[in-house]
Design a protein around this ligand. Structure first.
Ligand code: SIN
Length: 536
């Protein structure tokens, strides 16, 4: 028995919800599968905002230039231009569905500034922009009766014409296409078959592959891993962005201190409490993120300090509280008053610039499979994403994807081929819990220590060997045991960790977010690192 829809969306962040609303408005039946609650998405954690040209003193050319500069020669100029140019129309739609961006007293938009931007252009809702957009989209989704939101459904793998069962892998050929997917009903502990001619991946990023990340627990690279296993092209996985300023704590938790705080005048200070960013870049504390994160890493290594400091003292408390209510409150919970105390900060894994390769219609290399948002690689970010360009990309590409999918559905009916039920393994092992939690920690530590801000070939090779061991152990559980979310997430994390290392080993230069001591120079020609799994 399968459940049938026109379109299945995996993930319920800004990309998935915007896309679903637009496809549903064309009368199509849409299922949104989300592995936790509908509001558990990366979008909710986006503080900074959405970069978009709206100010009188701004123009598309300047946004384009800043994006290309941050991307360090690897952006696709056409993608950059088209995505930036479409921003204002998509932002207008967000306002129409009820997103109230912060305004100045005269009613004009309050625009934030962040690293790499030559001027103020980031629309925001105080420091909870993602949450405000997500709530508005969820309200609109709830009103649409073509959309079914299925919470606690964990998408496991795509079903394509050449991959029909848990174990029935085959090499892709040109006739392949999406038929549906398997998803675990987490509450019932049972795998269900979903049939649809279109699957849209909007699963967000993979920050949980690193020991320290600003991302929520759900960011386990699920969509990229699924796509890769189905033989879909994945690109530029080595470009993992480390946010320079997360709140230091003695646990693994890393709360984001938005770059917008530096946009309002905060400066970084080293262990001796001296400013240092002016020695690294003309934009000093507002340099692109790769440069700031590397400068912090180098200061920390030189001094042996566990963290550096962010200083926004001297700004009136009521101003900080009104502009950054969320950050102010979290700092206060840690005993820090932003107006009078320095904030202890460290870099943390934040955003993946690579992902499932798509064109500007969100189409992947597999017919019927689309990807949008952080899971996708459109060429906008190149080797380093410009701050707050991600929400922009998500809304623009969701819109473009919806147009492409509506067109695709006119020509493609659901496949009538019978889809086999999932067969779970029945093995049991009292060590399973211990092995899963050990491997989870080992993977994240390995990635942090060997595949972090500064890399070497030797460290990457060490990481690769360890990931291979972890993979063998986890696949034993996957094949022979009943699947459950923690196992499925770890299987995906191992897949994406391996992809990051594979891509990093293939890049024989330092560019943007990929910095290796073995190849410190940039090659004259910028090329993408593409990976395609041929032997499935
Ligand atoms: C931030 O607020 O610093 C993060 C925004 C982003 O990652 O674009």
């Amino acid at each position: 028995m399968s459940r049938n829809f026109d379109v299945i969306v995996v993930g319920s962040g800004i990309a998935g919800l915007s896309f679903a609303l637009q496809v549903a408005s064309a009368g199509r039946s849409v299922a949104i599968l989300t592995k936790k609650n509908r509001a558990d998405s990366n979008t909710n954690y986006a503080q900074g905002g959405i970069a978009c040209v709206t100010a009188q003193n701004d123009d598309f050319k300047s946004h384009l230039k800043d994006t290309l500069e941050a991307g360090d020669g690897l952006c696709d100029a056409v993608s950059v231009e088209e995505i930036i140019n479409e921003g204002p129309a998509r932002v207008k739609e967000l306002i129409e569905i009820g997103v109230h961006f912060s305004q100045l007293e005269d009613g004009s938009p309050s625009l934030g500034r962040e690293g790499g931007h030559s001027r103020r252009r980031v629309l925001h809702v105080q420091d909870i922009t993602g949450k405000a957009i997500e709530s508005a989209l969820l309200r609109a989704t709830a009103r649409n009766n073509h959309i079914t939101v299925l919470e606690h459904f964990f998408a496991i793998d795509l079903i394509t014409q050449n991959k029909l069962t848990k174990s029935g892998f085959a090499v892709r050929n040109d006739g392949d296409g999406v038929i549906g997917l398997y998803a675990l009903d987490v509450l019932k502990g049972r795998v269900e078959v979903f049939r649809a001619p279109v699957v849209m991946l909007t699963t967000g990023g993979l920050g949980q592959v690193y020991q320290f990340t600003t991302n929520p627990d759900i960011a386990t690279g699920d969509g990229i891993a699924m796509a890769y296993r189905a033989g879909v092209e994945v690109a530029n996985m080595e470009f993992v962005q480390f946010h320079p300023t997360s709140l230091y704590s003695s646990t693994n938790d890393r709360f984001l201190i938005s770059e917008a705080v530096r946009g309002e005048g905060a400066i970084l200070r080293n262990a001796d409490r001296r400013p240092f960013m002016k020695h690294h870049h003309p934009l000093a504390d507002l340099a692109p993120r790769d440069i700031v994160a590397r400068a912090i890493d180098s200061e920390m290594k030189q001094s042996g300090a566990r963290h550096l400091w962010l200083d926004i003292t001297g700004h009136p408390e009521e101003v900080l509280q009104s502009r950054f209510p969320n950050i102010f409150e979290v700092c206060a919970r840690h005993g820090i008053n932003m107006a009078t105390d320095l904030i202890p900060v460290v870099p943390a894994a934040h955003y993946l610039c690579g992902g499932v390769r798509t064109n500007l219609s969100a189409e992947t290399s597999l017919p019927g499979l689309y990807a949008c948002g952080e899971v996708a690689c459109t060429g906008l970010h190149g080797a380093n994403r410009l701050a707050s360009n991600s929400l922009l990309e998500a809304v623009v590409m969701a819109h473009r994807g919806s147009l492409a999918v509506t067109d695709y559905l006119k020509k493609h009916q659901p496949e009538s081929v019978a889809l086999p039920e999932w067969v779970d393994g029945d093995a049991e092992d009292s060590d399973e819990r211990v092995v899963l939690s050990h491997n989870w920690d080992e993977l994240r530590r390995t990635m942090w220590d060997y595949v972090g801000i500064v890399r070497t070939t030797k460290r990457l090779e060490r990481a690769r060997a360890r990931i291979q061991n972890l993979r063998n152990e986890i696949y034993d559980y996957y094949w022979n045991f009943k699947v459950e979310p923690r196992l499925l997430e770890l299987r995906n994390l191992i897949e994406v960790a391996d992809l990051i290392v594979q891509c990093a080993l293939r890049r024989k230069e330092s560019r943007g977010l990929h910095y290796t001591l073995d190849y410190p120079e940039k090659l004259p020609e910028a090329t993408n690192t593409t990976v395609l799994k041929r032997e499935l």
